[in-house]
Ligand binder design. Structure first.
Ligand code: ZN
Length: 393
């Protein structure tokens, strides 16, 4: 197949009037190409981007990955892929380990799907090793401490688990970080109540990424009469750390995006949806369950005014936007160049989880995961593994 005359969004800039040849499930050629005997798609007037890679999402379209049900997975995957996300990490919430393991079993099945509507690259374990103070919308009763509560269930599922978020100040965080790193899992800091002196040794032990910077995260404060920075400031200035942001204009405002961008640049910051099961659902004050719907006393949240909040509206519970909406927010509200906003939604997150050899950019030899946007940055077509799953060109 030949996608012709598109404005192709590369990690270094936009290449105008450029063609892409898709052969089997890969990007075979890029440039000015003469058609062979093959189907042709005219992308004149459209941006041809790599498919987006969402390394932190709980679900969407009514389904939460923690439901650990095929139907919920399908709902979430079809919501994300419809809006241009072609690969993701299914993300857990704080819950008993058995519940998380149930989810991981289903993730393992989805990892093996040959022609997916959206690739499930693995799982992000967010919780239960989080701080009580900054647990956010997570369930307090199931929080764990690495030195006291085993994390064997994570190590045993290392074929599925790609990233784990922990609070670096917890007892045993250094040992846990080393153990996870040793089996190839990316260790992320977040939902924490740490400060510089406690966090630095964990970074030295192998923590490399900050989970939703500025949200449920330690920050600058006076402690016993001494000013100390938290994970947020370390994330901004320490080049060993990459950061992710929930760029929905609710969790992070455009001014915050600009500040983070000035510190990190597009290569060290990515955007994540952190979307809940309410992703893509109407903003009509409906009440939803955070995490597994089989958990009868699960945390609930309400969706109104374009955001998901706890029922008392005291804090945000996660986003309801897919990555493509966040790319628009970056470009139109924070003034980021399109190619860099796209890189933050594709190549950078793929690099963070070590998937960039196959995914994340339009490059010869990579898998043919493509998202086509119109000039208003609305998703018009989505290709996964060389097959259009949405096409309105
Ligand atoms: Zn989350």
């Amino acid at each position: 197949m030949l996608i012709q005359h598109g404005s192709v969004v590369l990690p270094t800039g936009v290449k105008e009037n450029c063609d892409i040849r898709i052969q089997d499930n890969k990007i075979a050629d890029i440039g000015k190409l003469s058609p062979k005997d093959e189907p042709i798609v005219n992308a004149n007037g459209f941006y041809v981007c790599p498919g987006f890679v969402d390394i932190h999402t709980h679900g969407g379209g009514g389904g939460d990955f923690m439901d650990a049900e095929q139907n919920s997975f399908e709902q979430a995957l079809s919501f994300h892929s419809r809006y241009g996300t072609t690969a993701l990490l299914a993300t857990s919430v704080t819950a008993p380990p058995e519940q998380i393991v149930d989810m991981l079993s289903l993730v393992r099945q989805y990892q093996k799907v040959k022609n997916p509507q959206c690739r499930v690259l693995g799982a992000h374990i967010e919780g239960p090793y989080l701080s009580l103070k900054n647990k956010g919308a997570q369930h307090e009763r199931f929080l764990r401490i690495p030195a006291r509560d085993s994390y064997d269930f994570i190590l045993k599922n290392k074929d599925v688990v790609k990233t784990v978020t922990i609070a670096p100040e917890l007892d045993g965080a250094i040992t846990m970080t080393k153990a996870l790193r040793e089996v190839g899992i990316v260790v992320c800091g977040g939902h924490d109540d740490g400060y510089k002196d406690i966090i630095l040794p964990v970074i030295e032990a192998g923590l490399t990424h900050c989970t939703h910077l500025w949200c449920a995260m330690s920050t600058v404060a006076m402690r016993n009469g001494v000013r100390s920075v938290g994970l947020c400031e370390l994330g901004l200035v320490d080049d060993r750390l990459t950061v992710e942001i929930i760029a929905d204009n609710h969790h992070i405002t455009p001014e915050m995006v600009k500040l983070i961008y000035k510190c990190k640049g597009a290569e060290q910051m990515c955007i994540v949806s952190d979307s809940l099961r309410a992703g893509g659902m109407p903003s009509d004050e409906s009440l939803y369950i955070l995490g597994s719907k089989s958990d009868c006393d699960a945390q609930k949240f309400i969706v109104a005014d374009g955001a998901a909040r706890l029922p008392d509206r005291s804090r945000l519970a996660g986003s309801i936007q897919p990555l493509s909406q966040m790319v628009k927010n970056l470009v139109f509200d924070a003034g980021i160049d399109l190619y860099e906003a796209v890189a933050m939604a594709s190549l950078t997150p793929a690099k963070i989880i070590g998937a960039d050899h196959q995914l994340g950019s339009i490059q010869e030899g990579k898998l043919a995961d493509i998202c086509i946007l119109d000039k208003n940055l609305q998703v018009k077509a989505v290709m996964v593994n060389g097959v259009f799953i949405r096409k309105e060109l």
